[in-house]
Design a protein. Sequence first.
Length: 402
Amino acid sequence: MIPVLIVLNAGSSSVKFQVFDMPDGAEPRLVWKGLYEGLGGAAHFVVKHAGGANLDEISWASGEDFGHEEALMHLVSWLRQHQEGRRLAAIGHRVVHGGEAFSAPVLVDDGVIQTLDALVPLAPLHQPHNLEPIRIVRRRLPGMPQVACFDTAFHQTQSGIARMFALPREMRERGVKRYGFHGLSYDYISSVLKDYDPRLAEGRVVVAHLGNGASLCALDKGVSIATTMGFSALDGLPMGTRCGAVDAGVVFYMLREMKLSPEEAERVLYTKSGLLGVSGLSNDMRVLRANAATDTDARRAIDLFVYRITREIGSLVAALGGLDGLVFTAGIGENDAATRAEVIAGLAWAGLTLDEAANRAGGPRISAGPGPAAWVVPTNEELVIARQTRGALGAVQAKLAS
Ligand code: ADP
């Protein structure tokens, strides 16, 4: 029997999953990937082969009360029906916040859940949804090994100064500091740099993870030394619906002068800002690009996004003391040639030159000339979770055996 593991990435009304074979000593191998969406309403399940061909699809009517628990139980029974020759060995979870306690993936027990629960106020829109399936599996499949893999952990290599706010010491002691996110994505990019150009793996690289959430990370020899997200996943670049960095005084203005409650202010900053807020049209870059020629607000949203990216790259180049490579990844970074071209145009001062044809073709190398190289590298957070889950299980087994 080949051991397999499920990788879960749970949101408020969706659960993305991937199933990996774990052959002895080799890289985990993707078998199936899929999605439950509309949970709690009219739910829909779709699963595909690793190559992308549809394998199965089911819809539930909105009255059927099909939520996260039903989805997970359905997934396990679907696997049993299709897993011929395979045995479910573990479940790996994406968990946005590991706080100061976890600098590496961890095998979940009740104490771990408690520690992760205490971090909900630091990532109120993500952490509760990430923890929900962990609790469900613990209740419904007791004994199933579960590993939590964190978006924050990759950044623990940063210096104390890079992680610090200029706030009173008591606040730092309470854990108010820069954690950084998208670490699973940066971990993957760091792991494949050598396949694109060994000099990148040994050099100074800025990675631009531009999806619905967006951030930048400065990698020095593959290790995170600075990033744009901070205490929460709100900081740094403007995103699909999140504001990115704003003067903290704006929040006081919202509370005091606009009389918003903390919850209302939070909703504005997380869900009504960013590309959506500026354009008044959409958080989807494809929609903004399609309308940018005629809609000045759509154009403005893109211009602000690109402006902030180029400025923040400048800041990370300073932190790195120079630049050898720039990597674009995630939904916009991998697919939107126009955003890549506009960012690179803003970085001419750093010696970057666009190879227009290569950029239109999607890379992988999209720069020309002798300056720093620019690349398009598709990310794979799920593979990192699979690797980390296997690593954490292996470490526990090794400990038991010794
Ligand atoms: P998430 O953070 O939810 O994982 P993704 O990495 O999937 O997000 O990125 C979503 C973003 O990628 C959206 O803004 C979407 O418009 C953009 N995107 C996806 N495909 C394209 C494309 N072909 N051209 C431009 N933008 C795209």
